[in-house]
Design a binder for this molecule. Structure first.
Ligand code: MSP
Length: 634
């Protein structure tokens, strides 16, 4: 039986739409899975959805929906999207699947039996969006989540804890013995630093809501959503129910993840596995984050591009080529539609498209069938040498997830193919009957280079590669077909259309409209001009916050006592979703001093503070350095 290879993506939260960022990890993992299958591995490729936790529950409540039904619907969008993107996953795990629930309960029980789980009290901060606990020392004054910058919630609960601290040394040891355990190296170093400062025990259950997996020995607790989620990597391949399958694929060869969830995968997950006595995954690869046109992907910016829109406009192969070619896997990268178009025109239409079209057109003009090589000549050895070198390096790059370099190598060969045409001048050979044999060889050599290119591209440019093989009437499926002069001659070929039509940049309507749309929005919301006298009617002053407390029954309002030098005042501000009252005390803010007093939820507000708003983000204005309370602003 062939060797197994097990590759995974993170399982995605279902409450937001899949965007080009989530598609990125899945596309990369898919390309690796397809490459390994081509190399003859018995490959298992897993993706899925992470459905428990407070954020999903709240989203369902907000939509006034039954949470399971809601989850079913949301998960389906991921299943469908991956189908549309041609993702070749072998299974799709949902954390609400029965087998997963049982596996998590079994896993948790095992850790408990081992003495690694104990009951305690958690008091600290929680980000519902990232479903992450944070300690005081992790977070700043504003009490915002270090990952997503959303406001944190204060949590006080009876929780079960995992003795993560106990695994600091064993993990350090593992990291030292397996230098490639976490990649890239700079991500590994980040994890080493955390390990060297010592791990603390972590809370692994919740009691304040019940959308999760009940802990078998204490049903009022549900398993912390991250604990639940990580176990997907073993539940989906038969942990606790199908030993044969489980032993075949575990340990995983690689978990592909984004950098923000490295700590969970490289520290917590391995410690959990150590606790139940399972081997650790061979590699965790934490890639960087994509921005879109230089900006963080977010719904409010309108740049959370639906991958379907991109694929409809450019075709799946072009988008995949661009992502793997332009973004150095491992580093952060920017998704730019302009660069995508440049790649399509330069690399796909010009280099690859022309090479294939030129070669096939010349064959069909001069021969009835794909010719046999008959007469060697100048430059043949160079093409042969470069083809062989490219294949060898391709394996090395692909095995190490260096997609940019693998594609660069293939494109060097493609470009040399075009140059070989210019150098051997087949159009001149065609004019002279005595040179027919040489012409046959030149065109055979070109076909052979193209066929090798198509095989190497097949895990990524699936459609294009199949199209080339079809045009050339060649069979391929495995790595054994790679190599010089393995093209089958005497077969009928088909010229057909160009593989990639060029995009006329001037006429082209782009998919990502965020910058234009933003400009329009600014124009629409721009207010009429004012004179300096208009402005002077406002009395703006610096005020120091003396105390702050939440307005009862309001999520948003905070009552502030202010020192204005000559007097003290009270205002009510709608900043409670973003700021914790305690974090405001002592800040010097700007208020409109001469604003008519109003009552908000029955409480008098005598003035208004100024704040900057950017979508959901809100930051209050303060002064740059200390000034006396009451100072005027002009
Ligand atoms: N549910 C957890 C993961 C649990 S795995 C046991 C989670 N889900 S998520 O929906 O937030 O997906 C995070 C993953 O999506 C990232 O780790 C990364 O793989 C991918 N990406 C999301 N946004 C991304 C970018 N902007 N850029 C690149 N990848 C991105 O965290």
């Amino acid at each position: 039986m062939s060797k197994a290879f097990y590759v995974t993506t993170p399982i995605y939260y279902i409450n937001s739409d899949p965007h080009v960022g989530s598609a990125y990890t899945t596309i990369v993992a898919d390309s690796v899975a397809r490459y390994k299958r081509m190399m003859g591995y018995d490959t298992f490729f897993l993706t899925g959805t992470d459905e428990h936790g407070q954020h999903v529950l709240r989203a369902a409540q907000k939509a006034k929906r039954d949470v399971k039904e809601f989850a079913d619907e949301l998960a389906e969008r991921f299943v469908k999207l991956w189908k549309e993107l041609g993702i070749s996953n072998d299974a799709f795990v949902r954390t609400t699947d029965d087998y997963h629930v049982k596996a998590v309960q079994g896993f948790f029980q095992k850790m408990y039996d081992k003495g690694d789980i104990y009951l305690g009290k958690y008091e600290g901060w929680y980000c519902v969006n990232c479903e992450t606990f944070w300690t005081e020392k992790d977070i700043g004054e504003g009490k915002l989540c270090p990952t997503c910058l959303r406001p944190l919630e204060h949590v006080e609960e009876e929780n079960y804890f995992f003795r993560l601290s106990k695994y600091t040394e064993p993990l350090l040891d593992h990291f030292k013995k397996h230098p490639d355990f976490v990649e890239p190296a700079f991500r590994r170093n980040e994890m080493m630093k955390i390990l060297e400062s010592g791990l603390e025990d972590i809370s692994v259950s919740r009691t304040s809501f019940d959308w999760g997996i009940p802990i078998p020995f204490d049903l009022k607790h549900v398993v912390y959503v991250w604990f639940d989620a990580l176990i997907n990597y073993v539940s989906a391949i038969g942990y606790g129910r199908d030993d044969e399958m489980f032993n075949r694929y575990w340990p995983a060869d690689v978990h592909f993840i984004g950098k923000e969830i490295n700590r969970f995968h490289s520290l917590i997950w391995p410690a959990m596995l150590m606790s139940v006595g399972l081997p650790l995954p061979k590699k965790i690869f934490a890639h960087g984050w994509l921005t879109v046109n230089g900006e963080k992907i977010s719904k409010s910016k309108g740049n959370a591009v639906d991958p379907r829109a991109l694929i409809n406009a450019y075709g799946i192969d072009a988008v995949k080529y661009y992502l793997l070619r332009d973004i150095q896997f491992g580093n952060d990268g920017d998704f730019s539609e302009d660069n995508l178009i440049t790649r399509i025109n330069a690399d796909l239409a010009n280099d690859l498209g022309n090479l294939v079209h030129r070669t096939l057109s010349m064959i069909s003009q001069n021969f009835e069938f794909l010719p046999k090589p008959m007469e060697d000549g100048k430059y043949d050895d160079k093409l042969k040498g470069l083809t062989e070198k490219t294949i060898k390096e391709y394996f090395e790059y692909m095995d190490n997830f260096k997609f940019t370099q693998a594609l660069e190598g293939i494109w060097k060969l493609i470009r040399f193919g075009n140059k070989y045409i210019d150098l051997t001048e087949p159009w001149l050979l065609a004019r002279d009957v005595s040179k027919k044999n040489r012409l046959a060889t030149v065109l055979y050599n070109l076909s052979d280079a193209i066929r090798n290119v198509a095989i190497m591209l097949s895990p990524i440019l699936i459609k294009t590669s199949a199209e080339i093989m079809e045009k050339m009437n060649q069979d391929f499926n495995d790595v054994g077909n790679l190599g010089w002069h393995k093209t089958i001659s005497n077969v009928k070929i088909m010229v057909g259309d160009q593989l990639f039509p060029r995009i006329d940049v001037k006429k082209w309507k782009k998919v990502i409209k965020m910058t234009e749309e933003k400009k329009v929005e600014v124009q629409v919301t721009q207010k009429p001009q004012v004179t300096i006298e208009d402005f002077a009617r406002l009395d703006l002053r610096v005020a120091k916050i003396l105390s702050a407390e939440r307005v009862l029954k309001s999520e948003k309002l905070i009552k502030l006592e202010l020192d204005l030098g000559s007097e003290k005042r009270q205002i009510v501000a709608g900043i409670g979703k973003v700021y914790m009252p305690e974090s405001l005390i002592g800040k010097e803010i700007i208020i409109i001093f001469n604003l008519k007093a109003v009552k908000l939820m029955g409480i008098e507000s005598n003035g208004m503070l100024l704040a900057a708003k950017d979508g959901e983000k809100l930051r209050i204005l303060t002064v740059d350095g200390q000034v006396e309370p009451g100072a005027k602003i002009s």
